[in-house]
Design a protein around this ligand. Sequence first.
Ligand SMILES: NC(=O)c1ccc[n+]([C@@H]2O[C@H](COP(=O)([O-])OP(=O)(O)OC[C@H]3O[C@@H](n4cnc5c(N)ncnc54)[C@H](O)[C@@H]3O)[C@@H](O)[C@H]2O)c1
Length: 227
Amino acid sequence: MRLAAEGADVALVDISDSDVTAAEVAASGSRTLAIRADVSSETDVQSAVEQALSAFGRIDILVNNAAMTAPPRPFDQIGPAEWRRMMDVNTLGPYMLSRATVPPMRTLKRGRIINIVSATFHQGVPFLLHYVSSKGAMIGFTRALARELGNDNITVNAIAPGFTLTERIARQTERVEAFRRDNMRALSIKRDEVPEDIAGAASFLASDDSSFITGQTIIIDGGWAMI
Ligand SMILES: NC(=O)c1ccc[n+]([C@@H]2O[C@H](COP(=O)([O-])OP(=O)(O)OC[C@H]3O[C@@H](n4cnc5c(N)ncnc54)[C@H](O)[C@@H]3O)[C@@H](O)[C@H]2O)c1
């Protein structure tokens, strides 16, 4: 919604129906397109990128935001099938989306890839081993791809949010209370994190103001992890 408010046309790619969000984004006056796709499917990704290109004619910015998470539990209860699915969605998906969107960015001689990772990587949060590992992998991805694409004037950066009260999390009231009780004291700024805390960094990384910044991860967690 922030990027739309600043003039971007937005293609929303999600495995579930994002029509409501698309309507909300459209209210900002920008053109929007809701595309249902599984980011871990090569054919879905190819089709999603083709739909976005045919609707808007160009792709300047890719935000790798879609991801799965899992209920917290000890690492030995995860199992290989769930581990593979986590990696497919959270790392293979961004890889395939990057591979499909870099050619149109190269045509423009400018591009922005923004990977939404997680401060759980920096904080070493337990009981989410496959999720934390997938987000750590995306920080390595961000650095290495930044080096490959620098000469194309395409930047690759990451944003690592802390525990954020998105709609999904806010509904889990027991989890929110547990975070406030057990973890809030670790934050420098002791309040709930909300999606608006993240939007400004995404806007900055998508803008010309960040044109000489690449391979970086901005941690937005109220000053818990500091590197
Ligand atoms: N909310 C938090 O506390 C928090 C903290 C750190 C990082 N993050 C990251 O921020 C991003 C957004 O998280 P959120 O809290 O809004 O979660 P969310 O579950 O509300 O949003 C994730 C979206 O990804 C979609 N998705 C899941 N699997 C998909 C697939 N295979 N193909 C396409 N779409 C798929 C879901 O349908 C959902 O709409 C994620 O990358 C998440 O890991 C969230």
